[in-house]
Design a protein around this ligand. Sequence first.
Ligand code: DER
Length: 232
Amino acid sequence: EGIEAGKKAAAIEAVNALIKDGQVIGIGSGSTIVYAVERIAERVAAEKLSVQCIPTSFQARKLIHDNGLILESLENCPVIDIALDGADEVDAELNCIKGGGGCLTQEKIIASNAKDFFIIGDTRKKVESLGTHWKKGVPIEVIPMAYRPIQLQIEKKLGGSAELRMAHRKAGPVVTDNGNLLLDWKFQNITDWDYVNGVIKMIPGVVETGLFIHMAKAAYFGTADGSVSIRK
Ligand code: DER
């Protein structure tokens, strides 16, 4: 339906505009990136491109492999030319909430080691300020033994509520690709995301936050009718 068409339009537009022969490409996680990887594979075959793909999750690894693309590692390719990823929300300054799919830590590592980082998504993700569309809170990856004091620290320092993300088809909490747990922090009235990100990151036991502040170079948003807008 409309949302999938929007995701696909954004993904194809971005791949057509940004992917070039010889690139090392960071491949994000989630559902939108699937369309991007399928388009990359199409272009590689049609144009005989040589690209190397670095995954941001087990899902991304499997997606790269299943689409016949070259699966590479940060050991071999520590400098990434371009990283492509989805997001849960993107504000007017290109700050993102990511981690809805629980892959934020490896996603942020890849994005931070890329020369350029681009977001792709349907127009639901395009907002003026964070929290407008995405109501599930900021995902935070934490060391399992510390999740409870971290919850208390975040709530004491920043308000809101930090909830342990529970699995649906496995008993107990979601366990990330890195063997950690996730908190989803439901916030109120936040404007200084740089400050908030720093406060959360400094709490011992916090591995990473889903706040990607001033990291994206541009965001491609697709609508149901196939049109794409670019926020730079
Ligand atoms: O978990 C993530 O950060 C994903 O990129 C996610 O936020 C985007 O997922 P979607 O493309 O399925 O909306």
